[in-house]
Ligand binder design. Structure first.
Ligand SMILES: [Zn+2]
Length: 463
């Protein structure tokens, strides 16, 4: 029997705000433990939370970017549980009235549904030592957005594509930096398997503790195989939560259904419901940036780029913006794309070349001033110094010889010095001209315009 997986993802994203969700403490990463805290985020009795408007705005912006319906009325709820990383013994979250409903993440050839997006506060971080444990409350109260997907994914690759595309949208919108190593994006998965063709879902298993996108990929691949093997042995799955062990490469039981938490949700009495006015929604809508998918399409149409180029350039918003500025000043947007992709990617942070300087370099090549080979040297110098192409070309005396008269003389010399190649060429060996071309280039100290040399030689050899 053939089996298929059914995967749903719950993604937690820390929002890029200056302060925490319900107090004024800063949200910086990597500060000394327990220095970014106050009575509110430490859960002292008698304190009152104050909602961070920017966090609500960024959640609504995320919803708009992902095509969700934005609730005009939503509210806060207390999710009760007891754990050392939860100072109040409840987390302020959203239960039945989330800020965003529906929507989808587009991956190549498919749209993967979103169930809901809600806003809550992050918990503290526990550290376990040999005989003791510690808690750092700096993270407690950081605005945390939870994006729950529909069970629309069927393969590990689709889950990977979903996360990649979602990250791209959120980073592009300035909502979060989504750095998984800093815990800014965290992911839990619900996985089940079923015989291909069966409509009903299998018993779902929740997997936690995946700390990188590649970890998600490996955990899902492992878990799907494990469940298929069990199904083939006739074993029935029972609903449970499992922990991914990245080092061992296995999942193991964390808690079974009987031990599932009962969160006893109830409305948060200390916070007003969130009412989103038409005016505010319109204002947020006007700030929705162009989505990667739309940008890729536009790059293909506006600049005549192959889809591959568009995909590579758009993957990084800063690179895409640089490309557009350079292309705007150039008659050859494809050449600009080539330079950016082959020479700038990977070391973009160290780049000193202004976009219009790159356009200037491409113009110098296209105008026959310098050869492609010279351009590589000019580029390296531009990259290191930030000087313009024209300045460097002048300084180095690199101007390409496109003077037909001068090149004719050199071509005559090459022909006279290499009678064998001339004979070969005339006997029908067309590639013999390349050797002669090389000789002319050498005579010109690499400054001859190669295309012109080829033309002149071909003409002379025919005569
Ligand atoms: Zn605080």
């Amino acid at each position: 029997m053939e089996y298929e997986a059914v995967i749903g993802l719950e993604v937690h994203v820390q929002l890029k705000t200056q302060s925490k969700m319900f107090c004024g403490c800063a949200t910086a990463f990597g500060a000394e433990p327990n220095t970014l805290v106050c009575p509110v985020c430490l859960g002292y009795p008698g304190v009152l939370p104050v909602m961070n408007e920017e966090a609500v705005r960024k959640t609504i912006l995320s919803g708009l970017m992902l095509g969700c319906e934005i609730a005009r009325f939503s509210k806060w709820d207390r999710k009760n549980y007891f754990y050392p990383d939860m100072p109040k013994n409840y987390q302020i979250s959203q239960y039945d009235l989330p800020l965003c409903i529906g929507g989808a993440v587009a991956i190549p050839g498919k749209k993967l549904g979103i169930t809901r997006i809600h806003l809550e506060e992050d918990v503290a971080k526990s550290f376990h030592y040999e005989t003791t444990s510690g808690v750092d409350f700096n993270r407690a109260g950081t605005p945390l957005m939870e994006i729950v997907s529909e069970p629309d994914m069927r393969t590990t690759e689709e889950a990977f594509a979903y996360l990649t595309a979602l990250k791209e949208v959120l980073i592009g919108g300035g909502v979060s930096d989504c750095d998984m190593e800093k815990g800014q994006l965290r992911c839990d998965a619900n996985v089940s398997v079923r015989p291909v063709g069966q409509k009903a879902f299998g018993e779902k298993i929740e997997i936690k503790n995946m700390n990188s996108i590649s970890g998600v990929r490996r955990a899902l691949a492992y878990e799907i195989q494990r469940q298929i093997a069990a199904a083939k042995r006739g074993e029935k799955m029972v609903q449970e939560t499992r922990r991914w062990d990245d080092e061992a490469g296995v999942t193991s039981v964390m808690r079974t259904k009987e031990h599932a938490h009962d969160y006893r949700y109830f409305p948060e009495p200390d916070l007003m419901p969130v009412v989103v006015s038409e005016a505010w929604l319109a204002e947020i809508r006007s700030a929705v940036p162009e989505l990667p998918e739309a940008k890729r399409k536009r790059f293909v149409e506006q600049y005549g780029l192959p889809e591959y180029d568009a995909e590579v350039l758009v993957a990084d918003a800063a690179v895409a913006a640089y490309y557009e500025q350079a292309a705007a000043g150039s008659k050859n947007p494809k050449a600009i794309s080539n330079w950016v992709m082959t020479e700038l990617l990977g070391k973009f942070a160290d780049n000193k070349i202004a976009p219009l300087q790159l356009a200037e370099l491409v113009a110098a090549i296209d105008g026959g001033q310098i050869s492609g080979k010279m351009a590589k040297d000019v580029f390296a110098e531009m990259f290191a110094t930030g000087k313009g192409a024209t300045v460097i070309i002048k300084e180095k005396g690199l101007v390409q010889v496109s003077d037909a008269g001068a090149l004719e003389v050199l071509a005559e010399q090459a022909i006279a010095a290499n009678p064998k190649s001339v004979a070969d060429y005339r006997a029908g060996n067309a590639s013999a001209i390349n050797f002669l071309k090389g000789q002319v280039m050498k005579l010109s100290k690499g400054k001859a315009n190669p295309q012109l040399v080829g033309e002149i030689l071909a003409r002379k050899l025919q005569a």
